[in-house]
Design a protein around this ligand. Structure first.
Ligand code: 6MZ
Length: 348
């Protein structure tokens, strides 16, 4: 991580709704995984993008391939998942929705089912250890893998939604946005929605995806990841914006990720401004805190510094994120209570 946020932002209770497990692995955890596999000759500059550095989005996806080479056993998944959860908790995150794409590695015995079981095991282990954070899991579909795999993933998610004590709450659609087309994945996403899984879909992360975004917004999803090119000032359309606002679909906004991945030219031009000024539910998230060398406190501080938010506004922003979580109303109430209790200490 490049910087440390000021006390206010670290003490601020926070909700993280957009965190890809393998993109969230810290330098320290990466060090441990690398030691387990010295023969791979993977170094830190291959798994994270440091301060002031930028890569094309395509290069970011190469980074994930390297991380997947390193994190390829159940032991690895358990270690990275528990470390990631504890790091979010240490950063003041009180509720986390972690997402990850189930993977198969024949040579290590990893399969999609035991992958999900292992992540769930990590969540349960952290709970048993008394880590101060509530965690839920979103099963991810990598769009590059096509419609059949998407449907299998939905079935897997459905099974776990019923069997994992309410820990699996939804489905994520992610992966390289330039590969594949959302229309092929519609039947799987529709099935997931009908079956009660909440949907968080990466939409318009790159330009010129109006048709796909229109189609996917028709579902409609329960949250949107990025939505960078939805609004008309950047080549999107008013009709897309109207669909998002009419259905009040919260947007997960990841500032540093979009700058380092070069889909947004600079912080001041980040689309957070557009949606926040509309009064639309906008949730600050990290995306991949390991790959982009950041944490959620820093992302809040960056948003505040860039867009001139005072502490009251930052508090309201973090509290509003509770409305957007996929866990049931009872947990939302508990979190609101927690915010109320912490307010006098944090918001001085
Ligand atoms: C789209 C992304 C992403 O699933 O192995 N992922 N998908 N856009 C992004 N913006 C930078 N960042 C991460 O975590 C890594 C996977 O998450 C998705 C990609 O599918 C990546 O392979 P898991 O835990």
């Amino acid at each position: 991580m490049d910087n440390v946020a000021d006390d206010f932002y670290r003490e601020l209770p926070k909700v993280e709704l957009h965190a890809h497990l393998n993109g969230s692995v810290s330098f320290q955890t990466m060090e441990k995984v690398m030691k387990r596999k010295p023969h791979l000759n993977i170094e830190h500059h291959m798994t994270a993008i440091g301060k002031g550095q930028r890569r094309s989005l395509d290069e970011c996806f190469q980074v994930f391939k390297v991380i997947h080479q390193l994190v390829d056993t159940q032991e690895d998944i358990l270690m990275v998942a528990t470390d990631v959860i504890k790091e979010f908790a240490a950063d003041g995150v009180k509720y986390l929705e972690l997402r990850s794409t189930p993977r198969e590695e024949t040579k290590t015995g990893l399969n999609k089912k035991n992958y999900v079981e292992t992540v769930i095991g990590a969540i349960q282990q952290c709970k048993e250890e008394g880590v101060d954070i509530d965690v839920r899991f979103l099963v991810a579909i990598d769009r590059r893998n096509g419609s059949e795999v998407a449907m299998e993933t939905v079935k897997l998610a459905e099974d776990f939604m019923l069997s994992a004590d309410g820990l699996v709450v939804g489905l994520d659609l992610s992966g390289d946005p330039t590969v594949g087309h959302g229309k092929d994945l519609l039947p799987a996403l529709q099935r997931a929605k009908n079956g009660g899984l909440k949907l968080s879909l990466h939409l318009s992360e790159v330009a010129s995806q109006l048709e796909e975004s229109e189609l996917l917004l028709g579902l409609p999803p329960d949250r949107i990841g990025h939505g960078t090119f939805l609004h008309p000032d950047v080549g999107g359309s008013q009709s897309l914006v109207d669909k998002v606002t009419k259905n009040n679909i919260p947007i997960e906004l990841c500032l540093t990720s979009n700058i380092k991945g070069q889909t947004v030219p600079c912080y001041s031009q980040h689309h957070f401004k557009y949606w926040y000024q509309l009064g639309h539910p906008s949730v600050i998230c990290t995306d991949d805190k390991g790959v982009f060398s950041t944490d959620l406190s820093q992302e809040y501080q960056l948003a505040a510094a860039t867009f001139g938010l005072d502490q009251q506004a930052v508090w309201a922003l973090s509290k509003q994120a509770i409305d957007c979580i996929f866990a049931p109303e009872a947990l939302k109430q508990q979190l609101r209570q927690k915010w109320t209790e912490l307010q006098p200490r944090v918001l001085k």
